[in-house]
Design a protein around this ligand. Structure first.
Ligand SMILES: Nc1ncnc2c1ncn2[C@@H]1O[C@H](COP(=O)(O)OP(=O)(O)OP(=O)(O)O)[C@@H](O)[C@H]1O
Length: 528
């Protein structure tokens, strides 16, 4: 009779009899011991150990047993085999879970690589493979999936794949993704999924946007997505902010500019203490000096300890993230593609016009060569927008203008006419440079050189949206030359051609470029 013999492998002492007994006992779960070992090898080892061991020569048996053990990396510890096996079986469920978790991690990293999603922050949930996962993973109500499908959204965009699960997991989030890549839906979906409609306990979500136009657009998007459910979605207009009865008015989601919401919090005592989601869209703009106090007031008013805060933009500089970190808790960062870069769908080029007068000639030439409406033309100030509009009024072009001096109604009309195709060319200040989703803009012309690389990225991002190609032309004069490099860097990163001499220009410390420019007008003084 064979005495309990021992086998030394990798410095581990194994009791052979117990080994045989344990293997036989736990055979049904054997594959759980170590997923690395092939099943046929494991089965062979178990049978040999249990039944045939006595008939085989000691040497052979030792070798086989050693082979059987070889796959068990877990044996390479100082624990006895029995205790390891017991533990493994007891942990079978957790091992199964661990295996599944390992697979999920692998799937996540494949998806992230495929969609150029970069994530930092611990325990970020895995990205969505499809919209259907919203229902299988997060029990999304059918109405929302139906609305997504009706809008023609078949696949989530990369930022939606990652930011939606993060916000559904109630994690604070910094999200940076190119212009036109569907960030709006990335924050609207989780809000609609996580709050209950019917406003029994006051406002549940606040979305802040830097301009009225963008707030109105986001409110419209939100209503379209919420179709079929009785959500109270309110756009904070001037009228509502001054005369709305907030105590009696049901409201689930408020979409506002910081100025209006701050006014209502201070003067009308709007209670935001039950807000679950706070979104700062175009966050880097909101963190600029003019908005800081208002943002502070809104952040304080959304006082629920579990409020989920998120920042979205196509450009999120470190300085903004640093500032915002003071109010974010354990946030996850998501970047799609290269941070702070332009959409790769836009063909960008620079045009030297020499002087201010040269710009008007160049613009007319562009229109003569190929006017492919809709075209958005950006200028530096409202005065210049008015001047250029007056100049083009004499040409045979259906042009309109939008700037901050117009009434709210006039601004809305300008946007709507441009959207519907009544207007071919819209002359604009930066009031519509961020977030505005004019469908199918073919070309953006920077008549005046943008004040910064971020401004450039947002302006040209009005074209090349939702997977469609776009074009951007930027005029520059002698005066703009020193600032060319910032823009040229953005172009080079998006693989657009840039003359080498521009990339060799010295770096500038000054970020903003808003020079005094000669008047656009070629009309005599008394005619203007
Ligand atoms: N999953 C999707 N599939 C197809 N189109 C989508 C999807 N999600 C959003 N869109 C469309 O993409 C366009 C751009 O979306 P959105 O305005 O949210 O972009 P954005 O990333 O917020 O851009 P910006 O940085 O300029 O604000 C919209 O017309 C929107 O309807």
């Amino acid at each position: 009779m064979e005495k309990a013999s021992s086998l030394l492998f990798s410095g581990v002492h194994i009791d052979r009899k117990r080994f045989a007994h344990d293997i036989a006992r736990f055979q049904p779960k054997k594959e759980l011991i170590n997923p690395e070992i092939p099943p046929d090898k494991l089965m062979l080892s178990a049978v040999e150990v249990k039944g045939n061991m006595k008939q085989k020569k000691r040497k052979r048996k030792d070798k086989d047993s050693a082979e059987a053990v070889e796959g068990f990396s877990v044996f390479k510890s100082s624990e006895s085999l029995s205790s390891i096996l017991e533990k493994n079986v007891m942990d079978a469920d957790s091992i199964e879970q661990k295996k599944e978790a390992a697979k999920q991690i692998e799937r996540s990293s494949i998806l992230r690589k495929k969609y150029k999603i970069h994530v930092s922050g611990h325990g970020a949930p895995s990205p969505l493979e499809s919209f259907a996962e919203l229902s299988s993973r997060y029990k999304c109500k059918p109405y929302l999936l139906q609305n997504l499908s009706e809008r023609g959204f078949r696949e989530p965009t990369p930022i939606q794949r990652q930011a939606i699960p993060i916000l559904l997991s109630k994690r604070d989030c910094f999200a940076c993704a190119p212009t036109g890549s569907g960030k709006t839906l990335a924050f609207l979906c989780p809000i609609l999924m996580k709050i209950k409609p019917g406003s029994k306990n006051g406002v549940k979500a606040v979305i802040l946007c830097p301009t009225r136009e963008l707030a109105a657009q986001t409110a419209r998007e939100c209503k379209k997505l919420a179709k079929g459910r009785k959500f109270y979605i309110k756009l904070m207009t001037k009228e509502l902010s001054t005369s709305g009865n907030f105590e009696k008015m049901p409201c689930d989601i408020i979409i506002s500019t910081p100025l209006r919401l701050d006014f209502v919090i201070r003067k009308r005592k709007l209670d935001l203490s039950r807000v679950k989601y706070l979104v700062l869209d175009e966050a880097d703009k909101l963190f600029e000096l003019g908005f800081m106090e208002q943002i502070d007031s809104v952040v304080k008013a959304c006082s629920k300890t579990t409020v989920v805060r998120s920042l979205f933009s196509a450009t999120l500089p470190e300085s903004v993230e640093k500032l915002a970190s003071t109010v974010m808790v354990d946030a996850v960062r998501v970047n799609v593609g290269r941070k702070n870069s332009a959409s790769e769908l836009i063909k960008q080029r620079l045009v030297f016009t020499g002087s201010e007068k040269g710009k008007l000639l160049a613009l007319r030439q562009c229109f003569q060569e190929s006017l492919n409406p809709p075209v958005l033309v950006f200028v530096q100030s409202k005065e210049r927008a008015k001047e250029l509009y007056r100049e083009l009024a004499f040409d045979d072009i259906r042009a309109d203008v939008i700037h901050a001096d117009l009434s709210q109604q006039q601004r809305e009309d300008a946007v709507n006419n441009f959207r519907s195709g009544k207007t071919w060319v819209l002359i604009a200040t930066d009031v519509v440079s961020r977030g505005m989703d004019f469908k199918g803009i073919n070309c953006v012309i920077n008549y005046d050189f943008p004040e910064s690389a971020a401004a450039y990225i947002h302006r040209i991002g009005r074209s090349g949206r939702a997977g469609r190609p776009g074009e951007a032309i930027t005029f520059y004069t002698e005066e703009d030359k020193p600032f060319l490099r910032n823009i040229a860097n953005v172009m080079a990163i998006s693989h657009c051609e840039v003359p080498a001499w521009i990339l060799a220009l010295p770096k500038l410390k000054k970020r903003k470029h808003r020079p005094h420019r000669d008047s656009i007008s070629t009309l005599p003084e008394d005619n203007t």
